[in-house]
Design a binder for this molecule. Structure first.
Ligand SMILES: *[C@@H]1O[C@H](CO)[C@@H](O)[C@H](O)[C@H]1NC(C)=O
Ligand SMILES: *[C@@H]1O[C@H](CO)[C@@H](O)[C@H](O)[C@H]1NC(C)=O
Length: 299
């Protein structure tokens, strides 16, 4: 008996010694990757408008993995010049509140005209005062914050044992990430209750921002990249806020490789830019790969 205990203690000590300090500070609940297509379905639904949400009535809404969703509420801006929209809903089967902001209806135009101006975000609790984020993604969130923040707060109270899953595709993934970081910073939500999942997300801010996302203590984060998706992947003069203009991705990348295999061990634990997953691609980046995750068509 004593021998077994001593042996167990030795094994535990060896295990703890084997975990590098950086990994300990960013430890997260293991990600259940078989849920990723479900999260993508929820992100795609954000492209819908109005009454789809009240009745949860659209072809994707009827997918078996999300058909039990309740309490969905559509939260658009009231300004015609900035037609951003988000939704909040509840998934009883996932025991989570869903929070999503849509991408754009005109992806081609966006890919060609993406502005790259950054703004300072110096008051992020526990992070570098040099954090900067893309001003367009910030502005999108600020347009929506007045309606989405109070709605989320009321859902957090109504479903006290549920997590919150922030899901978004493309620009929507970027704005949703800014929202999650801001809501935690404003203490509307604790990070260890929040799961971040994005698909085809462009870079959102500088390396200090990427590191800040890693240090905030989110329950889980997944940044999914589909094959040669032109938006998240870096290539030469890529318009999508590129590394040479001071942009960086946050961890953890999950890459659907060219053989349709999900690569889960990308080397991005310390910063964000994995060097052995999607960044191993060096040419022929693809717009179709940006809009065809899991062969699920966007609405
Ligand atoms: C992961 O999610 C799948 C799909 O919902 C579920 O069947 C499975 O039990 C989950 N696995 C774990 C370890 O939670
Ligand atoms: C990426 O690099 C990390 C660290 O070296 C390694 O553990 C992981 O297996 C690599 N993954 C791939 C897909 O090559």
């Amino acid at each position: 008996m004593t021998g077994t205990l001593a042996f167990t203690a030795l094994v535990l000590a060896a295990l703890v010694a084997a975990i590098p300090a950086t990994a300990l500070s960013q430890q997260q609940t293991p990600f259940n990757t078989s849920l990723l297509p479900t999260y993508y379905t929820l992100a795609a639904i954000a492209y819908h408008k109005d009454n789809v949400f009240t009745a949860w009535d659209c072809p994707l809404c009827k997918s078996p993995s999300v058909s039990d969703v309740i309490n969905a509420v559509y939260l658009p801006t009231q300004t015609p010049e900035r037609p951003e929209q988000g939704y909040i809903a509840v998934s009883p089967s996932l025991k989570t509140i869903i929070f999503s902001i849509d991408g754009t209806d005109d992806l081609d135009e966006w890919i060609n005209n993406l502005k790259v101006w950054k703004r300072s975000w110096s008051n992020l609790h526990g992070c570098s005062s040099n954090v900067e984020v893309h001003s367009g993604f910030w502005n999108t969130w600020i347009e929506l914050r007045g309606s989405m923040e109070p709605t989320l707060v009321s859902y957090l109270q109504a479903f006290p044992s549920y997590s919150v899953t922030f899901v978004g595709h493309s620009l929507g993934g970027a704005a949703t990430l800014v929202a999650a970081v801001d809501l935690v910073n404003r203490r509307a939500l604790s990070a260890n209750r929040a799961i971040l999942v994005s698909f085809g997300q462009p870079r959102v801010g500088n390396i200090e921002f990427a590191q800040c996302v890693g240090a905030m203590g989110f329950k889980q984060t997944a940044r999914v990249v589909n094959k040669k998706d032109v938006v998240p992947v870096e290539y030469c003069d890529s318009h999508l806020p590129p590394i040479f203009l001071g942009y960086a991705h946050h961890s953890h990348e999950y890459w659907i490789d060219l053989y349709d295999v999900l690569v889960t061990n990308c080397n991005d634990d310390t910063g964000g830019e994995a060097d052995n997953c999607s960044r191993t691609l060096d040419a022929d980046l693809s717009v179709p790969d940006h809009v065809n995750y899991y062969n699920i068509a966007l609405p």
